[in-house]
Design a binder for this molecule. Structure first.
Ligand code: ADE
Length: 346
């Protein structure tokens, strides 16, 4: 392992790498099995309790539900809990996985009455498939077009009644016809620090780890208020405890592991800092457009939008203005750079 870039044995940052098979297994092990085990998002939980409870009383499927928020905040976990609470099966797909109308037809016709269909990244479904989805959501019908030109015929397929649970990190990219077909929309916010501490405590128990309360606090502070990051960091720290200590996650082990991973006390790593530094040094604190920022940092625009920016904005380090992104005074302070009043914004 190289000390220079703070990356793991997989060569990827524990904070922003894509979800791997290992993560999925970890997520499955640590995922809360029922609402009692689910920590945080109290308002969403209460709201869902009413929607699901009332639908069950009426012996009906609940309306279609839409969740949006930054990645790692529990959209998938909540969908599984909804299905569990309803006592129904869940089928999982995603916007980019549905390439043709036939793909959508195969998924929808394989559902059973009452099933939950989880559609991740629903903002990425293509336009043609999206239009097939409208009557499926509204009337539980699929109008397939067979053939082309004057011989084209439509065939109407009756579908089982299902609940579509859509998830997106980019609510603004969802078309309004699609958005309006969901009966309720929920925003998942970053978690409270105390809730992240409780999640780490629970995950430690599930994994059979001995973790000092001080170590939990240190990991929580650097978890970007995000359960997925908290669980990933806990696992990395566990590796350190096993290799460099007695297996117990002490405050000292947690500190040295996170220092090794180059994750600072606010949970920022080199990629976050590079973005801030580029805005400060190359663009004089901004405003800078997304395209220019992506080019200057060699990051993809989507990575900036989905991974870096939500947390940097949550910390108040970056603000979006009509003319682009700007860094704030507290970002300069965090970087240890002398603040200069942004002349362009005066
Ligand atoms: N693991 C991941 N997210 C969780 C949550 N919200 N509550 C409990 N455990 C979790």
């Amino acid at each position: 392992m190289s000390r220079s870039n703070g990356k793991t044995a997989l060569g990827q940052s524990p904070l922003r790498r894509k979800t791997t098979e290992e993560d999925k297994i970890l997520d499955l092990t640590l995922r809360p099995k029922n609402w009692e085990e689910y920590i945080g998002q109290a308002k969403v939980k209460r709201n869902l309790g009413i929607i699901i409870g009332a639908a069950k009383k009426r012996n009906e499927s609940p309306e279609h539900l839409l969740f949006y928020g930054a990645s790692g905040l529990g959209k998938t976990t909540i969908s599984y809990l909804i299905a569990k609470e309803l006592g129904m099966n869940i089928k999982v797909t995603s916007g980019p996985a549905i390439e043709k109308a036939g793909d959508l037809a195969a998924i929808l016709t394989n559902l059973s009455d009452g099933d939950v269909l989880f559609l991740d990244e629903c903002h990425r479904i293509n336009k043609v498939c999206e239009e097939y989805l409208y009557p499926a959501m509204e009337e539980f019908k699929l109008n397939l077009i067979m053939g082309k030109g004057p011989l084209a015929r439509t065939m109407e397929l009756k579908l089982p009644r299902f609940t579509l649970v859509g998830a997106t990190t980019r609510i603004a990219l969802l078309s309004s016809p699609l958005r309006s077909r969901f009966g309720a929309t929920f925003q998942l916010n970053f978690y409270e620090l105390e809730d992240i501490e409780k999640i780490i405590q629970r995950s430690s128990q599930v994994l059979g780890l001995e973790t000092e309360p001080e170590a939990i606090k240190i990991i929580a502070q650097r978890s970007r208020f995000t359960p997925r990051v908290a669980n990933r960091l806990l696992k990395r720290v566990r590796d350190f405890a096993q290799m460099e200590g007695e297996g117990i996650i002490t405050k000292k082990i947690a500190e040295s592991a996170l220092e090794f991973l180059e994750i600072d006390e606010k949970g920022l790593e080199s990629g976050d800092k590079r973005i801030l530094e580029v805005i400060v040094k190359k663009f004089d604190g901004g405003p800078v457009g997304l395209q220019a920022l992506a080019a200057a940092t060699s990051e993809e625009e989507d990575t900036i939008l989905d991974i870096y920016e939500p947390y940097l904005m949550q910390l108040g380090f970056i603000e979006r203005t009509p003319r682009g992104r700007i860094t704030t005074k507290i970002a300069y302070q965090h970087l240890g750079i002398k603040y200069k009043v942004n002349q362009t914004l005066l």
